[in-house]
Design a binder for this molecule. Structure first.
Ligand code: ADP
Ligand code: MG
Length: 243
């Protein structure tokens, strides 16, 4: 579904991503770990085409099409959706936005995410951290993208709501319980990994200083980070020397 090759991204003339390679197949969920400022959010921004992130080198290929130069709305139309790490306040009633992008069954998601009392309010205005995250997932539910880019969806969210958010994300991934397959894909950035208790990820990647330095089984990679810190990731058994 998504192929990223040798991606170099700059902001204000400063190189942030320094050659990222990543491949996400149909129905796959990948997690990305990494210290603050390592370039995780920049990677998602480059995939969807947010300014001021400029692709200097490399390729982003989505559904077989090179999308490097496409504007953000074309990428959204092709099926990429982003839930922000820090969702901004917008002068627009949530209801109006949902009506514009909304597909079938949206009311059901408003209920599941406990957002009934928020749709008449301006998007994110005065929302708590957890409410903003639920609002982001609701917007993703309205868009129903094929590739979900989720930037720290559980940060600042209490345990009960992490469960609610995860359940909705699993539904959006169109997980078929019977054949244990998913149709849609996702990249999830997470620090704690809590969300991976509810959403099965196939692979986890560790990003340090603009590069993916290792990829491995999510639970084990996370355990290694918790026990040894990021500075020891380079010595981790899944680090194949790509860095
Ligand atoms: P992460 O998500 O891993 O914490 P980011 O991708 O947000 O890291 O940031 C990586 C680096 O790029 C940081 O040094 C950050 O200050 C810088 N950066 C990100 N966005 C901008 C921006 N809009 N303008 C200037 N610098 C930025
Ligand atoms: Mg970030």
């Amino acid at each position: 579904m998504l192929k990223i090759k040798d991606l170099v991204v700059e902001v204000d003339g400063k190189e942030i991503l320094k050659g990222v390679n990543l491949e996400i197949g149909e129905g796959e969920v990948h997690a990305i770990f990494g210290p603050n400022g390592s370039g995780k959010s920049t990677l998602l921004a480059a995939i969807i085409g947010l300014p001021p992130y400029k692709i200097k080198k490399g390729k982003v290929v989505f559904k077989g099409k090179m999308i490097n130069k496409l504007p953000i709305w074309e990428r959204a139309k092709l099926g990429i959706g982003l839930a922000f790490q820090n969702p901004p306040e917008i002068n627009l009633k949530m209801k109006k936005l949902l009506e514009k992008i909304g597909k079938d069954g949206l009311q059901e998601y408003v209920k599941k995410l406990k957002m009934e009392d928020y749709t008449e309010r301006d998007i994110n205005r005065g929302f708590s951290g957890g409410e903003r995250k639920r609002a982001e997932i609701l917007q993703i539910a309205a868009q129903k993208p094929d590739l979900l880019l989720l930037d720290e969806p559980e940060s600042g969210v209490d345990m009960e709501n992490i469960y609610i958010i995860s359940k909705v994300i699993n539904e959006l991934l169109e997980k078929n319980k019977r054949i244990r397959e998913r149709k849609k894909s996702a990249i999830i950035i997470t620090h704690t990994g809590y969300i991976l208790d509810f959403i099965n990820a196939r692979l986890a990647h560790v990003m340090i200083d603009g590069k993916i330095i290792c990829s491995g089984p999510p639970k084990e990679v996370l355990k290694n980070i918790k026990e040894n810190g990021y500075e020891n990731c380079e010595k981790c058994r899944w680090n194949d020397g790509r860095a």
